[in-house]
Ligand binder design. Structure first.
Ligand SMILES: Cc1cc2nc3c(=O)[nH]c(=O)nc-3n(C[C@H](O)[C@H](O)[C@H](O)COP(=O)(O)OP(=O)(O)OC[C@H]3O[C@@H](n4cnc5c(N)ncnc54)[C@H](O)[C@@H]3O)c2cc1C
Length: 601
């Protein structure tokens, strides 16, 4: 059914209610509504952006960021270990959620990353299962042009990629002239090419896959792949521009709380949906799932009482264990004759690229980021430093009972040459930051450098009992001091790329950090990292799938402890960062979650 009105929703007999029509929510809705005998309803706070060029055209992807139509545009609390800076925390708003806003990179963690999810207390969530569900969600379109695939060493092993799933992933038609030199300089620094990082070992440099459908050069995301093809199903009801404020419960016979509906707000007016016959699923994402739980009475009693919310389930893990890949960045000036994203600042050039887009060619049909290097600690620092970092993996925060178990997983990875600790993401242009402005006529090349397995843990909670108020997000960057030490070393390693041939011949000098900071040594670089730190927009962990005694919020069936039919299906359930961008694991979580619900029906 096309998008419904409030009355249509309130008059329906709903079997499954999904809160949040984002990346995961629309997968679950589409899979459950395959059964014509059940009625599935989705309530999404944002709109339908199916025709917005900022969403659809890959080359315009970053223009949707900070636009409140597409982006919740959250900001963090002042970061006490990073000079009290407030950092930008984007989240997609509308059908597709963050999959409508993300920067299209498709990657997969290592086998060890997924096996760790299982080892932390989640049977059925290891590598084999996660890859099985990832493959179900995707179709790989190999690069047909042999000359291109040879040049960019793009030879994915089909065993590890899906062939029939809704999300299309492909290689870009346009590459920067520095793409091959960057790969070569990284190889010279000990980061060899990885021909297929999806096979369980992702260390090395790869030419990235993107979720772009090459048939029309459009973004392939949960709305286009899972919702739009099924929008006419009479048993799939989607309400947009409606903010869910809380879940409503009745008491089960076995003293568990049974979700029966939700309260929501449209244009300032409050509504109540009741009578949900089977299950309620929260898919509001890492920053917004915990507030919905808390406003519904599920969370830390001390916090709920502070905001006068009656306590239904004492679950102190709600909103804790927040992690994100922690980043800094490097911008260098390069030879001004090199074609790159900076050319797009010239309106004539942009116009020409928009013309090329009509033939599915050029920069507008391509992902901005091009190569991705996943680097183990042993490539960056010596064995003594690794030992020091390992000894430093002790609990400095007491909030989460499972933290010591998480650190016990992370400690050996520091010395494991098959486990990436850093990602270097190559951007053939001036990095999008208000801290530096590109000069006319000049060309730049940037890297985003990130920590794959940070030790610091933050939180996200309600700031008040008002559901319309933004959540209090505290990533708590560098709460664990080893994170700062590691990111500084990752930065120093990345700067070497510009001093290593063949990139060296094209480089014209550092911009950020400046030459003065660069030559002033470690103390100045530490300050630079504090001044530039942010997230890679991969937050997770705030409704962790862990045993309840370890601070878990959901069990391995994604069911919220203390309830009989409320599940969380989104990235908030992941208890530990993986060494990859999150969209592909999000699709796997949702595909598996839908199967779990079907099996329970
Ligand atoms: C700017 C950006 C760039 C990124 N780049 C990449 C990338 O290149 N590659 C990659 O793999 N990953 C990337 N990511 C990460 C990835 O997109 C996310 O991790 C993933 O999409 C999260 O999916 P989710 O289902 O957990 O949440 P979301 O997709 O965010 O879904 C949550 C949905 O719930 C809705 N919602 C929230 N609260 C309510 C409420 N109270 N009532 C109703 N609806 C509500 C939201 O509007 C949203 O639609 C990026 C993310 C961002 C923000």
């Amino acid at each position: 059914m096309p998008i419904v009105t409030v009355d249509q929703l309130l008059n329906a007999n709903v079997d499954y209610l999904i809160v949040g029509g984002g990346t995961c929510g629309l997968v679950v809705a589409s899979r459950l509504s395959e059964n014509p005998n059940v009625t599935v309803a989705v309530i999404e706070a944002g709109g339908d952006h199916a025709n917005a060029k900022e969403v659809v055209v890959p080359g315009l992807a970053n223009r949707a960021m900070k636009n409140p139509l597409f982006d919740w545009t959250f900001f963090s609390a002042p970061q006490v270990h990073a000079n009290d800076r407030v950092t930008y925390q984007p989240r997609g708003k509308g059908l597709g959620g963050s999959s409508l806003l993300h920067l299209l990179a498709n990657s997969r963690g290592s086998k060890a990353d997924y096996d760790a999810l299982e080892a932390l207390g989640n049977p059925g969530w290891g590598w084999d299962e996660v890859v099985r569900y990832t493959k179900r969600s995707e179709t790989l379109i190999p690069l047909k042009d042999k000359a291109l695939s040879d040049t960019y060493q793009v030879t994915p092993d089909e065993e590890y990629h899906g062939t029939e799933g809704p999300i299309i992933k492909s290689f870009s038609p346009w590459y920067s002239p520095l793409q091959v030199p960057v790969v070569k300089s990284l190889a010279a620094l000990g980061v060899p090419v990885n021909l297929d990082p999806a096979n369980g070992i992702n260390v090395g440099t790869n030419t990235g896959l993107s979720t772009i459908d090459p048939s029309g050069a459009t973004r392939s995301y949960s709305a286009s792949a899972y919702y739009q093809p099924n929008a006419s199903r009479p048993n799939l009801l989607v309400l947009t521009n409606a903010l869910v404020s809380k879940i409503a419960f009745s008491q089960d016979q076995n003293s568990l709380h049974r979700a029966v509906g939700a309260d929501f707000i449209v244009d300032g007016k409050a509504f109540e949906l009741r009578g949900v016959r089977k299950e309620v699923v929260i898919s509001a994402g890492t920053f917004q799932t915990p507030p919905i739980l808390e406003l519904s009475g599920i969370g830390n009693p001390a916090l709920l009482e502070k905001h006068n919310v009656p306590v239904l389930v004492d679950l102190p893990g709600v909103g804790e264990n927040l992690q994100d890949h922690t980043v800094t960045f490097v911008i260098a000036e390069v030879d001004s004759t090199l074609e790159g994203l900076d050319n797009l600042r010239d309106p004539k050039y942009l116009e020409a690229q928009m013309e090329l887009y009509k033939e599915q060619k050029g920069m507008m049909s391509s992902m901005a980021c091009q190569s991705f290097a996943y680097v183990p600690a042993s490539t960056v620092v010596d064995a003594a430093t690794i030992r020091r970092w390992q000894e430093g993996t002790v609990q400095t925060q007491s909030a989460l009972p499972s933290l010591e178990k998480q650190y016990a997983t992370l400690r050996p990875w520091l010395a494991d040459s098959n486990e990436a600790q850093f990602e270097l993401l190559a951007l053939p242009g001036h990095f999008f930051t208000p801290m530096s402005t590109a000069e006319p006529g000049k060309k730049y090349f940037s890297f985003v450098v990130s920590l794959m397995h940070p030790l610091s843990r933050g939180s996200v909670h309600i700031a008040s009992a008002d559901p319309a108020e933004a959540p209090a997000i505290d990533p708590n960057y560098f709460a664990h001091p080893t994170d700062l030490d590691m990111l500084v070393e990752g930065l120093k390693f990345t700067l070497k790329v510009f001093d290593t041939e063949p990139v060296k011949s094209a480089a014209r000098g550092p911009v950020m950090p400046s030459a003065a900071v660069f030559s002033a040594g470690d103390a100045a670089l530490r300050e630079y990292v504090k001044e530039t730190v942010g997230g890679e927009f991969h937050p997770l962990g705030t409704a962790s799938m862990l045993p309840r005694a370890d601070g878990g919020v959901v069990d391995p069936d994604l069911k919220v402890y203390g309830t009989s039919n409320l599940r969380v299906i989104d990235c908030s359930v992941l208890p530990l960062e993986i060494s990859a961008h999150l969209q592909s694991v999000a699709y796997a979580i949702a595909e598996k979650g839908a199967d779990i619900i079907k099996a329970a029906a």
